[in-house]
Ligand binder design. Structure first.
Ligand code: TTP
Ligand code: MG
Length: 374
C-alpha cells in the first residue's frame, strides 16, 4: 500500500500579498489585472477567502470582480483591494516551499507553482504520515507565514481531492478502506479529467455525484467516453496507480496579454508578441529547460472567440529567434482573412512552448503524434 500526500497552498498569490502588507490583513484582496474602476480588462488570478465570500474567483473577468466589490460596498462591507501580480515574488516563495518539502519528504513532485505530491510510503503508516504532514504545515506556517491544505490518501487522485475538501488550512486523511466511501457523495467535477462538458452531459442524464457512475460497467463507460471511460471506472472507485516522480516535468511555459484596446494594428501586435516571446525565453532559462519543440499561439478576438494554432519543429530549438519566427508565422494569417474571415479585432495574444527538454536530458526528434499539427 502507498501513502501519498497532496499539498496545495491556500489562496497562494493573495496570501503572500496579505502577509507582506499587514495593513490589509483580513480584508478582501484580489490579485490580477487592473480593474480601472470597472472598465478594466483581463482576469482575476486569485482572490483571498474574504474576497471569495463576495463571489470573486480565479479566471473571473476583473470588471465582474469590481462589480462584486461595489455591491459589497453598498451593503456596508469593505471594498476589495486590487493588486497587480508580482510573479517573481510568487516564484521565489514557491521555491522556498518546495525546498522545505524536499527537506522533510523523500520524494516530492511539484505539480504547479503552489502544489506538490509527496510519497510518504516510507513513513510506514497513516498515523506516522499524518504526524509528518502536521510538521510540514507547521514549518510552512513558521517559516513562510502561509497556510497550506493537505490531503493524505493511498494515491494521487484521492490525495488531490482530499486536499481541496477542507480549505483553508486543512488536513484530510482518507485511508485505503475509506477511499471509495469518501468519494461517493462528492460531485463528479472533483474528478480530474471530468471537465464541464462531460459533467454537463452526465447531469443531463440525471447523474451529478461520483456514486451515480458506479452503476456503469467498464465496458459501458468505455463505450461512452473511450479510453477515458475505463480510467473513470477506476477513478470513481478511488483507484489510481499514477506514480509520483520527482522529475515530473513542466509541460508548457507561456505568456499572454490582454490589450488595453482591441486591435488589428500589425505593428503593435507583433511588437507585443515578440516581447512575450522574450518573456517566455527568460522563464525557459529560469526553469532549466534547454529545448522546446512545439510553439503554440493563442488569439482571442474582441467577441471572445479564442483560437490556438500550433507548430511542431522538426528539430527541437532553444533559440529566441526561432520562437519569434514561428510565432510570427503562426500569427500573420490572423491579420488578414486567411485566419480572420470577418476581420475581427484582437483582444488577447498568447504564446507558449511545449514538448520541453530539461538541460542534461536528450532532446527527441521522434515524430510527435500527428494530432498535434492542426
Ligand atoms: P490555486 O491553488 O488553484 O488557487 P489558490 O492557491 O489561489 O487558492 P486555493 O488553492 O486556496 O483554492 O492556484 C494557485 C495560484 O495559481 C493562485 O494563487 C493564482 C494562480 N492561478 C492563476 O493565475 N490563474 C488561475 O486561473 C488559477 C486557478 C490560479
Ligand atoms: Mg492553492
Amino acid at each position: 500500500m502507498r501513502i501519498v500526500a497532496h499539498l496545495d497552498m491556500d489562496g497562494f498569490y493573495a496570501a503572500i500579498e496579505e502577509r507582506d502588507a499587514p495593513q490589509w490583513r483580513g480584508l478582501p484582496l484580489v490579485v490580477g489585472a487592473d480593474p480601472r474602476g470597472g472598465s478594466g480588462r483581463g482576469v482575476v488570478l486569485t482572490a483571498n477567502y474574504p474576497a471569495r465570500s463576495y463571489g470573486v474567483h480565479s479566471a473571473m473577468p476583473i470588471a465582474t470582480a469590481w462589480r462584486c466589490s461595489e455591491r459589497a460596498k453598498r451593503e456596508g462591507r469593505p471594498p476589495v483591494i486590487f493588486l497587480p501580480a508580482d510573479m517573481a515574488k510568487y516564484r521565489r516563495v514557491s521555491g522556498y516551499i518546495m525546498a522545505l518539502l524536499g527537506d522533510l519528504a523523500p520524494v516530492v513532485e511539484q505539480a504547479s507553482i503552489d502544489e506538490a505530491y509527496l510519497d510518504l510510503t516510507p513513513t510506514g503508516s497513516f498515523e506516522a504520515a499524518t504526524t509528518l504532514c502536521r510538521r510540514i504545515k507547521d514549518r510552512i506556517a513558521a517559516e513562510e507565514r502561509l497556510t497550506a491544505s493537505v490531503g493524505l490518501a493511498p494515491n494521487k487522485l484521492v490525495a488531490k481531492i482530499a486536499s481541496g475538501i477542507q480549505k483553508p488550512d486543512g488536513l484530510t486523511v482518507v485511508t485505503d478502506e475509506e477511499a471509495e466511501t469518501f468519494l461517493a457523495p462528492l460531485p463528479l467535477r472533483v474528478i480530474p479529467g471530468i471537465g464541464p462538458k462531460t459533467e454537463a452531459e452526465f447531469v443531463r442524464q440525471g447523474m451529478s455525484l461520483i456514486q451515480d457512475l458506479k452503476r456503469f460497467s467498464k465496458e459501458e463507460l468505455t463505450a461512452m467516453l473511450g479510453r477515458r471511460g475505463a480510467d473513470l471506472f477506476d477513478k470513481v472507485r478511488g483507484r489510481d496507480e499514477a506514480p509520483i516522480s520527482a522529475e515530473a516535468d513542466i509541460k508548457s511555459i507561456g505568456e499572454q496579454e490582454t490589450f488595453a484596446q482591441d486591435s488589428r494594428e500589425a505593428g503593435m501586435l507583433t511588437d507585443r508578441l515578440m516581447a512575450m516571446c522574450e518573456g517566455v525565453m527568460v522563464r525557459v532559462e529560469a526553469e532549466g529547460v534547454s529545448h522546446f519543440r512545439t510553439v503554440v499561439l493563442t488569439v482571442r478576438f474582441a467577441d471572445f472567440q479564442t483560437v490556438s494554432r500550433r507548430r511542431t519543429l522538426v528539430q527541437p530549438s532553444g533559440e529566441l529567434r526561432t520562437l519569434q519566427g514561428e510565432a510570427i508565422k503562426l500569427f500573420l494569417p490572423f491579420l488578414d482573412r486567411r485566419a480572420n474571415a470577418d476581420m475581427k479585432l484582437i483582444r488577447l495574444l498568447g504564446v507558449r512552448v511545449e514538448h520541453l527538454t530539461k538541460k542534461g536530458e536528450m532532446a527527441s526528434s521522434e515524430p510527435i503524434q500527428p494530432s498535434l499539427w492542426h
